[in-house]
Design a protein around this ligand. Structure first.
Ligand SMILES: Nc1ncnc2c1ncn2[C@@H]1O[C@H](COP(=O)(O)OP(=O)(O)O)[C@@H](O)[C@H]1O
Ligand SMILES: [Mg+2]
Length: 340
């Protein structure tokens, strides 16, 4: 078994762990550059190809899924494979997927013409949550308190479009992180600079236009629960919502102790993960008034560093295993074991 790894030497990348794991376990691997035009040729002597592609990197957005699924079609084992990755950074796609498999998704509503959206807005209750299909760290998620605001937003989303890089949100977030003592002044300056000097993502990706996506607002959640399922193992964290806000993702206020994690979420995450046939999925849960966990989004990619302090993991029988573990190594092992 020889594995080709596209390695990104950035903190967020799974490839740091994969390379280290292969080295320490003496697994045959080679580092390849997915951006090379002859990448298909480069992986011909390998049985597997792994790439932690990132939705914030425009180059990755252009072709990572195409390359991975092409190699998969040719019989090379890949991570993330089609079932794991097609819906990554696509909350709209996740709505149809989770509805199709009967997963407990927060009631979600998608509109592709303004008249239909308007009719729904006139009849439904508020507040609602508005989201773009892509984004992370809560950047493209907002609370819509009134019918009037919903109409304005839906008109803009469907007719004129909404930039997928939220400049104002990024600046507000940089200030918040600075006030919390975790952000640096440079982050604020960069966020300010992006008002006049767009990032590559801003320049290339522009606006999302032609749809409006709302979810029912599930109130009174002081935190969300993020569960990661990799094969038959799972681990998780609790993330507090920002002060005076309903959004937890990206808040940086994380609890790791097992007592903070509702095991019902672990159970649901395992069940849904099996139906998804996924190699690795992160599930974000909030709780309704009766305490039932509901999924707000899923995604194969995350920053593993934020989970390093997890004190243990659960197996498929929801049995707890205390102690250090290496989930990125599980990904490699599962790929080795898999027949495709
Ligand atoms: N429908 C909802 N009701 C209540 N809170 C929500 C809802 N959707 C999202 N949230 C909160 O907002 C945060 C960000 O939403 P999410 O869909 O996970 O976007 P992101 O991709 O930015 O993480 C979540 O972590 C959760 O705390
Ligand atoms: Mg999230």
């Amino acid at each position: 078994m020889k594995i080709a790894i596209h390695h990104t030497a950035a903190d967020w990348s799974f490839s740091n762990y994969w390379v280290e794991y292969c080295r320490s376990q003496k697994i045959d691997y080679k580092i390849v550059n997915a951006y090379d035009s002859d990448i298909v040729e480069q992986v011909q002597d390998c049985d597997a190809f792994m790439w932690h592609h990132n939705h914030m990197i425009h180059k990755d957005r252009l072709f990572a899924k195409a390359l991975l699924f092409s190699l998969e079609t040719a019989g090379i084992k890949v991570f993330p494979n089609f079932y794991t990755g097609w819906h990554f950074d696509d909350k709209l796609g996740q709505k149809y997927l989770l509805e199709s498999i009967g997963a407990p998704l927060v009631p979600s509503h998608a509109f592709f013409d303004f008249d239909t959206a308007r009719k729904w807005i006139e009849e439904t209750t508020f507040p609602k949550v508005f989201k773009l299909r892509g984004g992370s760290g809560s950047t493209n998620v907002m609370l819509v308190k009134t019918r009037k605001d919903a109409l304005k937003l839906a008109r803009k989303a469907i007719k004129r479009g909404i930039p997928i890089y939220n400049k104002r949100g990024a600046l507000k977030e940089a200030f918040r992180r600075y006030r919390m003592g975790v952000g640096h002044i440079v982050e604020i300056l960069k966020a300010m600079a992006h008002f006049v000097l767009p990032t590559p993502l801003q320049r290339a990706s522009g606006k999302d236009v032609g749809y409006a996506y709302f979810q029912d607002f599930i109130p009174d959640n002081r935190f969300d629960i993020r569960i990661i399922v990799i094969g038959d193992k799972a681990y998780g964290i609790q993330r507090e919502v920002r002060t005076g806000d309903f959004r937890a993702s990206g808040s940086g206020m994380i609890h790791y102790d097992r007592k903070y994690i509702n095991e019902q979420c672990v159970k649901v995450a395992f069940e849904v993960s099996e139906k998804l046939q996924s190699q690795c999925t992160g599930f974000d849960f909030v709780f309704d008034q009766s305490g039932t966990p509901l999924i707000v989004e899923i995604g194969y990619g995350f920053v593993q560093q934020a989970y390093e302090a997890c004190p243990g993991y659960w197996d498929r029988n929801i049995c707890w295993h205390e102690g250090k573990f290496n989930p990125m190594g599980w990904i490699v092992e599962n790929l080795k074991k898999s027949d495709k």
